[in-house]
Write a protein of this length. Structure first.
Ligand code: 2YC
Length: 271
């Protein structure tokens, strides 16, 4: 079960976007749009985001709508230079409204999946891949490259396992910890990824960490000067961990949505 955003976390997103973009530039050398291009692996001049029309459709299934979730998605997308709106209606009626309004891309999330569907291309971007790729790019930027470097991934769920494979593919020496060792075994059988026996010991031995786990991080185990690229929710750091970390890159939704929007738009890229 993926970690679910709460109303109060989402409420804070819209007003914080500009400040967080400045922070991201100082942390990684990239603003959120450049980071999204990097994560998708597309050069900015190969795609024109202006005029791309994006609809965010609220979905009431399962645990229902999260207040301001769709509005936050639309605002994050507008900051990338695309046009974005939230449909009046939810669910199927909302989807019909988006299509009638000529949306090129539709964002929708239930409690299991969060996708950005490119209508004409008939292809979609998935939040798990987009979040993994976005936070890998962030770590790569902050570390000035990952090739040949030791990187620890906490959590072998959908985001952590994709991130581990992406970084192994970049030549990083990846170690993964998950409380469920079977998840890591599946991963290490497929790749040259190593399995950590103990989270604390692994943290004490790494200064590059991608945290994609919902578990708290014990500051006593954090190595001084560690760079954390940390999509994990809820925010896992205690005061000691925040003091010892050189940098913590974290947001509840922004980077994942930005990568989804650029990746989904790239499906329509002119040849
Ligand atoms: O408001 C709505 O339309 C809701 N149906 C949205 C539910 C989103 C559930 N997913 C999550 O909270 C997490 C996010 C961190 C991104 C991916 N899953």
């Amino acid at each position: 079960m993926m970690t679910r955003l709460t109303d109060d976390i989402v409420e804070k997103i819209i007003g914080s976007l500009d400040g967080k973009n400045e922070a991201l530039i100082s942390q990684t050398g990239m603003g959120i749009l450049d980071l999204a291009y990097d994560a998708v692996g597309i050069a900015p001049d190969k795609i024109d985001l202006r005029g791309v029309k994006v609809a965010a459709v609220p979905v009431t299934s399962g645990l229902g709508v999260i207040k301001k979730f769709s509005e936050s998605v639309a605002e994050i997308v507008r900051k990338l230079g695309m046009e974005a709106f939230v449909t009046e209606s939810a669910d199927v009626t909302g989807l019909a409204e988006a299509l009638s309004a000529g949306a090129d891309i539709v964002f929708m999330a239930d409690d299991i999946k969060f996708i950005a569907l490119n209508i004409r291309a008939g292809r979609f971007s998935n939040n798990s891949f987009a979040t993994a790729a976005g936070y890998v790019s962030a770590l790569k930027g902050a570390a000035e490259g990952l090739a040949g470097k030791d990187v620890l991934v906490l959590g072998a769920g959908r985001v952590g396992s994709i991130a581990a494979e992406l970084m192994a593919g970049m030549g990083a020496c990846v170690t993964v910890y998950d409380i469920d060792e079977k998840k890591v075994k599946d991963l290490s059988d497929k790749t040259d990824i190593k399995r950590a026996e103990d989270a604390g010991a692994a943290l004490s031995a790494h200064t590059l960490v991608l945290n994609a786990s919902p578990a708290a991080i014990d500051g006593r185990c954090v190595k001084e000067g560690t760079i954390f690229s940390s999509p994990g929710l809820p925010f896992p750091f205690d005061g000691l961990g925040m003091k010892k970390a050189r940098m913590i890159i974290h947001d509840p939704l922004d980077i994942g949505v930005a990568v989804m929007a650029v990746q989904s738009a790239s499906f329509s890229r002119r040849p």
